[in-house]
Design a protein around this ligand. Structure first.
Ligand code: C2E
Ligand code: CA
Ligand code: CA
Length: 730
C-alpha cells in the first residue's frame, strides 16, 4: 500500500502492457486521472480500485489532490488530465462546483469530470451539469470498484474522441497557419526551419531533427543539411552522409518521392519534392508516440506544403537572379555588397578590397565588339576566381570587377601578374589595359556602400594614373580625393563669378630671328593663397562641366590684353581647347562671337587641341574645328606624338600646326637628333605641309638639335616661363 499522504502526489500505476500500438517503440502513455477529495479514504479506495487496470491498452496515472484550493494552485499540472473525479463538498458546501467553474475557465475543456458526493441531497442543478459539461454525478457509496471502472472507461472513451477531434481541429488550424507562414520565407533555410518546427508541433514533440535538401538529381546522401536542431545541430551545412546513425541515413536515402510520412523507431521521416525534382527530406525525433490522427495530419501537411516548396524554389531562383550578373553568369554588385557586409560583420581576419577596371572598356567594345569585350571580362573573372584567399569576385560595373580577400593575397605578385595577363579569345590575343585600386579595410568601417563608393571615386580619381598599376588607397589618396571634392565646389563658384581665374602667357619664338611671334595662353587659378595649376583643376572643371566657361574667360581676357597692348602684325595667341568644349554643339560659334565682341580679328587666334581628337574622329568636334578655321583662325595639334594618330587620320583633320610634345624634346642632343621622334614628326609636318612648333625647350643644345632638324618655332623655359600679362615683356 503506497503512502498516499507523502509526496509526490502523483504516482504511476504500474505499466501493464508494453504498448507499441502506434508505430513506435515508445512506452504507452498513461491516462492521467485526477482525484480531488478531502477524504483520504476515498483516495485510497480509488487507488486500489484502479491500480491494476488498463484502459484501451494504456495504464493510468493518478494525481491526488486534497482540497479545492490545492487544486487551484496546481491547475497548470492538469493540462492533459483525461478524467477528474471531484468531491462536491470540501472547504465549503460548493467548493467542488466552484472549482469546476475555474477548471473550465482555465481552458481545460477536454477534461471529463465526474462529481462525487457524500451527501446525496446536494446534487447540482441540471443547468450546472450542462454548463460545465459534467459527465456524471455519483454518491460515494454508489461508486464501488466496478462502477468506478465503468464510469472511467466511458469518460476515457469520450475524452479520447473529444481529444482526437480537438487535435485534428487544432492540427488543421496549424496546417493552414503553417502554409501561410511557409509562403512568406524567401530562403530555403527559413523554409526548412518552418517545417522542422511545425511538424514537431503537429506531433507534440519538441523540435529536434534535421531537414536536408537535394539540389539536383544527385543522390540523397549528397543532400545538404539545411537546418538542424537538438543533437543534430552540428550537422548544419554538412552532408546527410555525415550523420553517424546509419539507420537514419538508410531510411533517408531510401525514402520514395511521394509525400508519405514514415515512422521508424523514435523518428518521423517525411519528404517533399517539387516540380523541378528538388527533394526535401526531414527527420524529426519524437518525444511521444504519434497517434493516428497526428499521422493523418502530417500527411495532409506534406501535401499542403509542396506548393510552398515550389514557391520557395521560385523565390530562390529570383533571389539568385538578383545576385547574378546574367550576361557573364558571375556574382553582381548586389552579391558583392551582401558578401562584403557579411565579411565586415563576421570575419575576424584582416580584409582588403580590390577594384579592377579595364581602361576604356567602351573602346574595347568599339574596337572588338561587345561579345569579345564581355568574354574578356568573363575570362578575367575566371582568372581571379582561381586565385586563393578571395572571398568573392564580382562584376560591379561595366568593365569593373571587385574582389574581397586576404590583404597578403591581394597585394601579392599573383595580382601583378594578373594585371599583365592577356587572353586568347576567338583566336585573337587580347591584352586589356587594367588598373587596380587596393584598399585595406579597417574593422571599424561598417558601411560597405560608403567604402565601395569611396573606392570607385578613388579609381576615377586615379584614372590618369598609369594603366597596369596597383594604386593603394591610403591616407594620401583619401586626402587627395577630399581636396578634389572641396575644389570642385570652389571652382564652380570661381568660374561663375570670374573670380581668381588668371591667364599666363608663354612666348613662342622664331628660332632663326629669335623674335617673339606669339604666345600660348595658360590658365591659372588663384584659390585663396594658393595658385593652382591647370594640370590639377582642368580635369575637375571637366568633371563639373565648367571647361567651356573657363575657355571663354581665357579667350576673353587674352583678347582684351591684346587689344590694350597691340603687337606686331602676325602675332598670334594660342588658346587651349578641351575635348569637352568641342563636343558642345554651338561652342565654336560662341568663341567667334567672343572674339568679335572684343573687336579682334579671328586671325590673331590659334586653337590648340590634343591629338586624341584625331583618333576619336568625333564629327561634332571636327566640324567645330572646321568652322573656327574657316573663320580665319589656325588649329594646332597639341602634345603631338603621344597619341596614335595615323597619317591618314591626320590628313582628314582641319589642322595647320603640329606641336612636338616636350617629352620628345627633353633628351634631344646634336648626336641623337637624326634618329629621334622629333625628326620623324618634323618630316611628317613637311610631308603634310604643316607648321611645326617644338615645346619644352629648356637648353640651347635642344634648341640647336631642333634647328638642325628644320624646326622653326619653339616654346619653352629657355625663352620664358608662362607669366602674367603685366610681366610679359617679349
Ligand atoms: P600644354 O598645352 O601642353 O601646355 C604646355 C605646358 O608645358 C604648360 O604647363 C607649360 O607651363 C609647360 N611648359 C612650357 N615650357 C616648358 C618647359 O620648358 N619645361 C617644362 N617642364 N614645362 C614647360 P601648364 O601651364 O601647367 O599647363 C598644363 C596643361 O594644362 C596644358 O598643357 C594644357 O593641356 C592645359 N591647359 C592650360 N591652360 C589651359 C586652358 O586655358 N584651357 C584648357 N582646356 N587647357 C589648358
Ligand atoms: Ca597647349
Ligand atoms: Ca603641349
Amino acid at each position: 500500500m503506497p503512502n498516499l499522504s507523502k509526496q509526490p502526489d502523483s504516482l504511476l500505476v504500474e505499466v501493464v502492457e508494453d504498448c507499441s500500438s502506434v508505430h513506435s517503440r515508445h512506452a504507452a502513455k498513461p491516462w492521467k486521472i485526477l482525484v480531488i477529495d478531502d477524504d483520504r479514504d476515498v483516495h485510497e479506495a480509488t487507488f486500489y480500485a484502479l491500480k491494476e487496470e488498463t484502459f484501451f491498452g494504456r495504464p493510468i496515472q493518478l494525481i491526488h489532490v486534497y482540497s479545492a484550493s490545492e487544486a487551484r494552485a496546481r491547475m497548470a499540472e492538469f493540462r492533459d488530465v483525461a478524467v477528474a473525479i471531484i468531491d462536491v463538498v470540501m472547504e465549503t458546501q460548493t467548493a467542488g462546483l466552484d472549482l469546476i467553474h475555474d477548471i473550465r475557465k482555465a481552458g481545460l475543456e477536454e477534461m471529463r469530470i465526474v462529481l462525487r458526493t457524500g451527501q446525496p441531497g446536494l446534487a447540482p442543478e441540471l443547468s450546472v451539469i450542462a454548463r460545465y459539461e459534467i459527465d456524471d454525478y455519483r454518491t460515494k457509496t454508489e461508486l464501488n470498484r466496478t462502477r468506478l471502472i465503468t464510469v472511467v472507461t466511458s469518460c476515457l472513451r469520450i475524452y479520447n474522441q473529444y481529444h482526437a477531434i480537438n487535435s485534428s481541429r487544432k492540427g488543421l488550424e496549424m496546417i493552414i497557419k503553417s502554409a501561410r507562414e511557409l509562403f512568406r520565407p524567401t530562403n530555403l533555410e527559413m523554409f526548412a526551419w518552418g517545417i522542422l518546427l511545425q511538424v514537431a508541433a503537429l506531433v507534440n514533440s519538441s523540435p529536434k531533427g534535421l531537414v536536408c535538401v537535394r539540389r539536383s538529381e544527385s543522390c540523397v546522401l549528397e543532400s545538404e543539411v539545411v537546418c538542424a536542431a537538438g543533437r543534430f545541430l552540428h550537422f548544419t551545412g554538412r552532408r546527410v552522409s555525415d550523420v553517424p546513425e546509419q539507420e537514419i541515413v538508410k531510411i533517408l536515402s531510401s525514402l520514395p518521392d511521394l509525400e508519405e510520412p514514415v515512422l521508424s523507431g523514435n523518428y518521423l521521416f517525411l519528404t517533399i519534392s517539387n516540380r523541378s525534382h528538388r527533394k526535401l527530406a526531414a527527420v524529426i525525433e519524437l518525444d511521444v508516440p504519434v497517434t493516428e490522427t497526428e499521422m493523418a495530419l502530417v500527411k495532409l501537411y506534406c501535401g499542403n506544403i509542396k506548393i510552398a516548396f515550389d514557391n520557395i524554389s521560385l523565390v530562390e531562383r529570383l533571389d539568385e537572379l538578383a545576385f547574378l550578373d546574367t550576361t557573364l553568369q558571375v556574382p553582381n554588385l548586389n552579391a558583392f555588397y551582401r558578401s562584403f557586409e557579411a565579411c565586415l560583420k563576421h570575419t575576424k581576419r584582416p580584409l582588403s578590397l580590390g577594384l579592377i577596371q579595364i581602361d576604356r572598356f567602351d573602346e574595347l567594345i568599339a574596337d572588338h565588339g561587345l561579345h569579345l569585350a564581355l568574354e574578356c571580362l568573363r575570362q578575367m573573372h575566371a582568372a581571379l576566381s582561381r586565385l586563393k584567399g578571395l572571398e568573392i569576385v564580382a562584376r560591379v560595373g561595366d568593365g569593373t570587377l571587385a574582389i574581397l580577400g586576404d590583404p597578403d593575397q591581394l597585394s601579392s605578385e599573383d595580382i601583378q601578374a594578373f594585371l599583365q595577363q592577356s587572353y586568347m579569345i576567338e583566336g585573337m590575343e587580347i591584352a586589356p589595359c587594367c588598373r587596380m585600386l587596393f584598399r585595406n579595410l579597417d574593422k571599424s568601417e561598417t558601411f560597405p556602400l560608403e567604402i565601395l563608393r569611396e573606392a570607385v571615386a578613388a579609381l576615377l580619381h586615379e584614372r590618369a594614373a598609369g594603366v597596369g598599376k596597383v594604386t593603394h588607397y591610403d591616407q594620401k589618396l583619401r586626402s587627395d580625393i577630399e581636396r578634389r571634392n572641396v575644389l570642385k565646389g570652389a571652382l564652380k563658384k570661381a568660374v561663375e563669378q570670374h573670380d581668381g581665374i588668371l591667364v599666363y602667357m608663354q612666348p613662342k619664338i622664331d628660332l632663326e630671328s629669335k623674335t617673339c611671334i606669339g604666345a600660348e595662353a595658360l590658365v591659372r587659378w588663384q584659390y585663396g593663397d594658393e595658385l593652382i595649376m591647370p594640370g590639377e583643376f582642368i580635369p575637375i572643371s571637366e568633371s563639373i562641366g565648367a571647361t567651356a566657361a573657363l575657355t571663354e574667360i581665357v579667350l576673353q581676357k587674352s583678347a582684351e590684353w591684346l587689344k590694350e597692348t597691340p603687337r606686331e602684325k602676325g602675332f598670334k595667341i594660342s588658346i587651349n581647347l578641351s575635348m569637352y568644349d568641342l563636343n558642345l554643339p554651338g561652342f565654336a560659334r560662341k568663341l567667334l562671337r567672343t572674339i568679335e565682341k572684343a573687336g579682334m580679328p579671328v586671325e590673331t587666334f590659334e586653337f590648340e587641341v590634343t591629338e586624341g581628337i584625331a583618333m576619336k574622329n568625333q564629327s561634332t568636334a571636327i566640324s567645330q574645328l572646321q568652322m573656327l578655321r574657316e573663320a580665319g583662325s589656325t588649329i594646332a595639334l597639341d602634345d603631338f606624338g603621344t597619341g596614335y594618330s595615323s597619317l591618314s587620320q591626320l590628313q582628314a583633320l582641319p589642322v595647320d600646326v603640329l606641336k612636338i610634345d616636350r617629352s620628345f624634346v627633353g633628351d634631344l642632343t646634336a648626336d641623337n637628333a637624326r634618329h629621334s621622334m622629333a625628326a620623324i614628326i618634323l618630316s611628317t609636318t613637311k610631308a603634310l605641309d604643316l607648321q611645326c612648333v617644338a615645346e619644352g625647350i629648356e637648353t640651347p643644345e635642344q634648341e640647336q638639335a631642333l634647328a638642325s632638324l628644320g624646326c622653326t618655332i619653339g616654346q619653352g623655359y629657355l625663352y620664358g616661363k608662362p607669366c602674367p600679362f603685366e610681366v610679359f615683356s617679349f
